[in-house]
Design a protein around this ligand. Structure first.
Ligand SMILES: CCCCCCCC/C=C\CCCCCCCC(=O)SCCNC(=O)CCNC(=O)[C@H](O)C(C)(C)COP(=O)(O)OP(=O)(O)OC[C@H]1O[C@@H](n2cnc3c(N)ncnc32)[C@H](O)[C@@H]1OP(=O)(O)O
Length: 206
């Protein structure tokens, strides 16, 4: 793709499917009063998470930071292990980085929500060793449905747009994990006071 065409593609709004358009009764997202302050690192919601877990040796080790409003930013360094084509990031890995950044918005709403739908535009190839600057925000909320979007730029927060995502997250109760997760890991997190504290940080009425 030529540079001109790339800029045009980057400027184009994502062509989301109908289920990603907030319904007329959707409301503006509300930042929870106890949300981490703007600039604060959010930490990991689960130490073994592939996206953000510090104890996950195969993971992306994404570190997200709270911003004003219901917005987060994160940085992801593309490593040789993330290649799809020679020297270029795998699209699925980039989608994971977007998914994780969008998932971090949970901290600001103080709800637990999982990805229901994630649509991704890959606008520009991302070379190995690049730092992808991710920026995500909640656009609207309708009941349990959280409409959000994210963009990833190469090299700096003002760098060229490489990826965009639109997503629908669905609020769930903690039982979602207890009922569906493998019992080995569920028992381990329930026995870990640190993890219980982390999970409580998402719930208004735990
Ligand atoms: C003690 C243990 C503690 C452990 C806790 C650890 C800490 C946790 C903290 C924080 C976790 C954050 C993790 C972030 C990680 C990054 C994000 C991910 O990758 S998450 C993983 C990938 N996603 C999934 O695995 C979802 C799998 N899907 C499901 O489980 C269900 O489908 C679910 C929950 C999404 C919805 O199921 P329903 O039965 O609850 O609800 P229904 O009625 O189907 O949907 C509700 C509304 O949403 C719409 N909806 C649902 N899915 C949709 C879709 N795919 N597209 C469009 N609309 C959808 C429906 O049409 C419905 O809309 P209408 O209310 O009728 O208007």
């Amino acid at each position: 793709m030529s540079n001109d065409n790339r800029q045009e593609a980057a400027a184009r709004p994502p062509s989301g499917s109908a289920s990603l358009i907030p319904p007329p009764d959707a409301t503006a997202p509300v930042r929870h009063p106890d949300a981490p302050a703007p600039g604060e690192l959010l930490g990991s919601h689960y130490e073994h998470c592939f996206g953000c877990g510090g104890l996950q040796p195969h993971g992306l080790h994404l570190e997200a930071r709270a911003r004003e409003g219901v917005r987060v930013t994160a940085e992801f360094t593309v490593r040789p292990a993330h290649q799809g084509a020679p020297g270029l990031a795998h699209g699925g890995v980039l989608a994971t980085a977007l998914d994780e950044t969008l998932g971090s918005l949970n901290w600001l709403l103080r709800v637990i929500a999982v990805t229901g739908r994630l649509e991704t535009d890959f606008v520009r190839p991302v070379p190995v060793d690049s730092v992808l600057h991710l920026d995500a925000e909640v656009n609207a909320v309708a009941g349990r449905k959280i409409y959000c979007s994210a963009v990833g730029r190469i090299g700096s927060p003002e760098g060229p747009v490489a990826v965009r995502a639109s997503a629908l997250f669905i609020e769930v109760k903690v039982d979602h994990f207890i009922d569906n997760g493998r019992s080995e890991e569920i028992q381990a997190v329930m026995a870990d006071p640190d993890q219980v504290r982390r999970t409580r940080a998402f719930e208004v009425n735990p």
